[in-house]
Design a protein around this ligand. Sequence first.
Ligand SMILES: Cc1ncc(COP(=O)(O)O)c(C=O)c1O
Length: 386
Amino acid sequence: MFSRRIPPQLEPNALSRAVAALRTRGAAIADLTDSNPTRAGIPYADDLLAPLADAAALRYEPHPFGLPAARAAVAADHARRGALVDPAHVVLTASTSEAYGWLFKLLCDAGDSVLVPRPSYPLFEHLTALEGVRARPYDLVWDGRWTVDVASMMAAPAGTRAVLVVSPNNPTGSYLSAEDLAATVELCRERGWALVVDEVFADYPLETRDPLTDIAARADVLAFSLAGLSKTAGLPQLKLAWMVVGGPAGARDRALAALELIADSYLSVATPVQVAAAHLLRAGGAVRGAIQQRIRHNLDALRAAARGFPACEVLRTEGGWSAVVRVPATRREEQLVLDLLAREAVLAHPGYFFDFPREAYLVVSLLPPPALFADACARLLRFVSG
Ligand SMILES: Cc1ncc(COP(=O)(O)O)c(C=O)c1O
């Protein structure tokens, strides 16, 4: 009855079932998977959302790419990181996920492929399948830092239309290095691929200096940088994201013309959030600062705690909202997280959710309140060290 874009199995996995069973019994779970900043005790000014009630939003002026003032505010915000962005190259969307959907419609016919990093963000599986597109992995390899295995990118099948990069990546935290960007751009040029860079966590550097950001604004192949209020201002509920389109002028402008048709068919971004965009981007700086402080504090606490457990290694976390801990592979990761939940009431993501190349890795969110985070990490490290 339903299309093959929908996975045949929709049942929750064993970990979700175990969490639901514990919650039904009223058990308190220390959730190290929660990456929702609005539930993490991050301070938000009471009047932060007041501009959503601006009377200017009573008027509906549909613009496929968004209201000019909102696009100008997004372009101006990029100057914070030293990038020069023309508002004419900014396309507003309701979410980064929607931006992916529009880009797959723009670049791919049904059955075409896009390259996606591995390990990375598990939603790619659905975002591609829902557009009738195949996700083909290329590998990130760990040798003290995560780098692109260019040979695995070169092995892309015919019918590949784009390469997706997440920088910093979720969950490895790795920013795309200048060398990996050069190799990726070279392949894009040779093979006619577009470059799609998810930079939703670009504002959250941790263990790095001078990370590369705003890649579409600097690329000389057709490129798209994706970001949004969800991460940059800790406001996922407002549903405002954007892409910056860059690259050689001819290709960029043809892409914009085609994207305009797609955007005009949806007109999905609500007017109040566009009217409020300039204010939200400015005032969101305080939320971003609080999140930055939180993730830095929690990463330091995790590193300090891990010093007492030499069998565990906290991998270098260049940026983003999560940390990866290599733990002894005493049992399969799935069993490990189920046992950790059952014995310690601590919930962590297993590495296989993100397609890590081998076991055992656990992924923890750096957002939870510090006391909960420190206690849960101490229990996790003790438990996995046996
Ligand atoms: C790498 C990455 N991209 C995109 C998103 C989703 O962003 P949005 O809320 O704008 O759809 C997430 C959410 O966690 C993410 O981890």
